[in-house]
Write a protein that binds this ligand. Structure first.
Ligand SMILES: NC(=O)c1ccc[n+]([C@@H]2O[C@H](COP(=O)([O-])OP(=O)(O)OC[C@H]3O[C@@H](n4cnc5c(N)ncnc54)[C@H](OP(=O)(O)O)[C@@H]3O)[C@@H](O)[C@H]2O)c1
Length: 239
């Protein structure tokens, strides 16, 4: 189908990334579901194949510039362009729910852990945007899945590495929104709220469907929404 929109979603094997992939595919987009673990992406792919949706999987660890380059080559050779990029992959090793849990105490978290979180949550998005931008057409959208935990306005305590990474991701949104504005490419940050995923845990207040609502809305709205904004529940929130 020549005019089918092409979407890339990072960390799409589970949680918010998987649900975003499912909803975008259900809306007729061709979804490139990316995941760092091939077995996990195959399992996610299988779940979406049942509905005759237009989906493919691609291995992508967002900390690997080589893998991002490989993805860009694949998109260029196979599809020729890209319309939607959802930078969703993220880690929160300061949470006790994380398999490799480390201290949430801002006086204890090591610089190495902070660097590791930053490399995924912030630089992952930078790698994807810089490398895939040449493939984006006028009217394309980039959605960075951020967090209210990165908002300087009302900044809370704990989780120093994660908060730094999401505040910096918001900087990425604002700077690259200006950079890409002449090409009519919208770049926005979204806070999904506190969502019942592996990261959010069972006590979280929101369903996964509610968590992806604003991401899917920004990705599929007929007219691109404003660029360089921080959104939750389809409304601007303060940085
Ligand atoms: N849940 C919440 O309450 C909440 C709130 C605010 C913001 N967020 C943000 O929403 C996004 C999705 O979170 P979630 O709740 O869906 O978490 P999740 O269920 O833990 O999923 C995280 C996803 O990111 C992937 N990932 C981690 N590091 C990666 C890497 N280096 N390369 C590629 N993929 C990688 C994971 O892959 P593996 O399966 O291989 O680990 C997994 O698919 C994150 O950016 C998170 O910070 C979540």
């Amino acid at each position: 189908m020549p005019d089918r929109k092409i979407a890339v979603i990072t960390g799409a094997n589970r949680g918010l990334g998987f649900e975003t992939a499912r909803q975008l595919a259900n809306r007729g987009l061709h979804v490139i579901l990316t995941a760092r673990n091939l077995a996990a992406s195959a399992a996610a792919f299988k779940q979406l194949q049942t509905g005759k949706l237009s989906v493919e999987t691609h291995k992508l660890d967002v900390t690997s510039s080589d893998e991002v380059e490989t993805l860009a080559r694949h998109i260029r050779n196979t599809h020729g362009h890209l319309d939607i990029l959802v930078n969703n992959a993220g880690v929160l090793p300061e949470s006790s729910r994380d398999r490799g849990a480390r201290s949430a105490d801002p006086m204890q978290v090591t610089p190495a852990t902070i660097m590791e979180i930053f490399n995924t949550n912030t630089l992952g998005a930078v790698r994807l945007i810089q490398t895939l931008a040449p493939l984006l057409q006028e009217g394309s959208r980039i959605i960075n899945v951020s967090s209210g935990m990165g908002a300087l306005n009302g900044m809370g305590s704990g989780f120093l590495g994660y908060r730094i990474s999401k505040a910096a991701l918001n900087v990425v949104t604002r700077v690259l929104a200006q950079e890409l504005a002449p090409r009519q490419i919208a770049v926005n940050s979204v806070c999904p709220g506190w969502v019942r995923t592996d990261m959010g845990g069972l006590s979280a207040t929101r369903s996964i469907e509610k968590g992806v609502e604003t991401i899917v809305w920004l990705a599929t709205a007929a007219e691109a929404k404003e660029s360089g904004r921080f959104w939750r529940d389809k409304t601007h929130i303060p940085w």
